[in-house]
Ligand binder design. Structure first.
Ligand SMILES: Cc1cc2nc3c(=O)[nH]c(=O)nc-3n(C[C@H](O)[C@H](O)[C@H](O)COP(=O)(O)OP(=O)(O)OC[C@H]3O[C@@H](n4cnc5c(N)ncnc54)[C@H](O)[C@@H]3O)c2cc1C
Length: 462
């Protein structure tokens, strides 16, 4: 069958939803028949850890089910390289046009260009995974702001372009390959309905968001990053449901602006995936220390808050934002290990692991990015722990060997009197490690290395 204008193909990627999905809406309103395709790319499956892989498979199953329930059609699932699979599917089913939602990573840009060439059909693309598309939030000089607060001001007053309304095209009913079986439970209940339920539940808590969001022992944040990562919710749906009426709501929507900002930065500077974004950033002599790296990954640094976070990550694929900041800073500044090593580890394990957000945040923590994050601000893991996990409840959850310590000693057990440790059943160096570095010394070392690199860079400029 030759291609026909009546049949459109929607290539789903990170937008596994039917509501508020501009590519889907455009196709179903412009065509009589629509093929819904998902390509399982073995390259992407190989770099995703088990948590994200399972979440993807569960979300695909839920999406296929929703599609069937709502339209009688099925998700056409195929495995392989999209450069082969998308054109093959389009040709086999006679599609005369294609639709998808764009993505900002260098890999997707490279892949999509090749798919477009191979397809040789009209392609319509949309920015359905962001609130505002790259290039739409600019300074008066027409550039992307390198300072978040300035970006945020403009972002907050930029009007959203309209997304198309969905139509009632018939959906192709043959599912092709079976969706792979789950090899373990998905971290979160899957699908658009569950994502909406999470959003609804968060609306009960959102007014306290500004006060609770930094406390890892509480359920103070939305938990929506995974839904935004897989697209089971559109960020516009989330922002609209929340609004900006209270301090908590404003603070929350500001976080969605960070998400857009990092995507816009990556779209403009694809090399930031592997290179310091700030050209003036010091070229540091990073250390190669497999033993300390393993201690960090495993949650055995001797710093309880860092260890709690790294263990939560390892066992669940989640970590609270405040703890991500402290754990990332510890790797980069206390252990002097390259941010790229940490970024890769997080990206693999996080269920919400997402290139722009992960790279942007790691560079922010390392002080190699764009924003006003002074390189000499080194998080103190003990002060952070006392401030944000005051009673030690989060630490107790993830570092059970310290659970019997009181809420003072739990933040720095090496300072606790011997009798306190003994009463809590903790033998440092046996049940729980001594600190792998002394934070005060590590801080001095980091500042010395930075200042040396800056002197060298300045000498090079002369
Ligand atoms: C080192 C490091 C690595 C990170 N890697 C990722 C990642 O791979 N994927 C990811 O989605 N987030 C990442 N973040 C950002 C943040 O930690 C998570 O988005 C957040 O913890 C998810 O929980 P939540 O949905 O309950 O967040 P909420 O506090 O409820 O925030 C709502 C939404 O806003 C966005 N958001 C919040 N904080 C940030 C931020 N700092 N930067 C960008 N967007 C933000 C997320 O989409 C989030 O779902 C990282 C942060 C750090 C410090």
């Amino acid at each position: 069958m030759g291609p026909t204008d009546q049949i459109g193909l929607v290539w789903f990627r990170r937008d596994l939803r039917l509501d508020d999905n501009p590519a889907w809406a455009a196709a179903t309103s412009e065509r009589d028949f629509v093929v819904a395709l998902y390509v399982i790319d073995p390259r992407l499956m190989a770099v995703a850890g088990p948590f994200r892989r399972r979440q993807l498979i569960a979300n695909l199953q839920a999406f296929d089910y929703d599609l069937f329930e709502r339209t009688g059609g099925r998700l056409v699932v195929r495995s392989g390289d999209p450069v082969d699979v998308v054109p093959e599917t389009a040709a086999r089913l006679g599609c005369g046009s294609a639709y998808w939602n764009d993505d900002v990573t260098p890999f997707s840009t490279w892949r999509d260009q090749r798919v477009r060439q191979a397809l040789d059909l009209p392609v319509s693309t949309f920015w359905g995974s962001l609130i505002l598309p790259p290039g739409s939030v600019l300074t008066k000089k027409g550039t992307l702001s390198r300072v978040f607060s300035a970006f945020h001001r403009t972002w907050s007053t930029t009007t959203w372009d309209e997304w198309p309304e969905p139509g009632d095209a018939m959906i192709y009913p043959d599912p092709a390959e079976l969706i792979p079986r789950l090899d373990g439970p998905a971290p979160l209940p899957e699908g658009e309905g569950e994502a909406r339920a999470r959003l609804e539940a968060f609306l009960e808590r959102v007014d306290r968001y500004d006060e609770d969001r930094d406390l890892p022992a509480l359920d103070g944040t939305s938990g929506l990053s995974v839904d935004l990562r897989f697209g089971s919710l559109s960020p516009r749906t989330v922002a609209e449901a929340v609004g900006t009426e209270t301090k908590g709501r404003k603070a929350f929507v500001r976080q969605l602006a960070w998400r857009d900002w990092y995507a816009h930065l990556l779209h403009e500077s694809p090399s930031m995936v592997t290179e310091d974004l700030n050209p003036k950033a010091h070229t540091l002599e990073w250390r190669d220390d497999p033993g300390q790296l393993a201690a960090w990954k495993g949650g055995f640094t001797g710093y309880p808050l860092v260890d709690a976070g790294m263990r939560e990550l390892r066992s669940t694929g989640f970590m609270h934002n405040r703890v991500r900041l402290v754990a990332a800073s510890f790797l980069v500044k206390d252990l002097l290990i390259d941010w790229r090593v940490g970024e890769r580890h997080f990206r693999q394990l996080l269920v919400d692991g997402d290139v722009p957000q992960n790279v942007g945040n790691w560079q922010w923590v390392a002080g190699t990015g764009t924003d006003a994050a002074p390189y000499h601000r080194v998080f103190n893991p003990v002060t952070q722990s006392r401030r944000f996990d005051e009673k030690g409840d989060y630490i107790r959850r993830w570092v059970p060997e310290l659970a019997a310590l009181d809420s003072d000693s739990i933040h720095e057990p090496w300072e606790a009197p011997a009798e306190v440790l003994e009463a809590a059943g903790v033998r440092l160096g046996h049940d729980y490690p001594e600190p792998v570095v002394d934070h005060a010394e590590a801080r001095e070392r980091f500042l010395a290395v930075v200042s040396e690199a800056r002197d060298e860079a300045a000498a090079g400029d002369d």
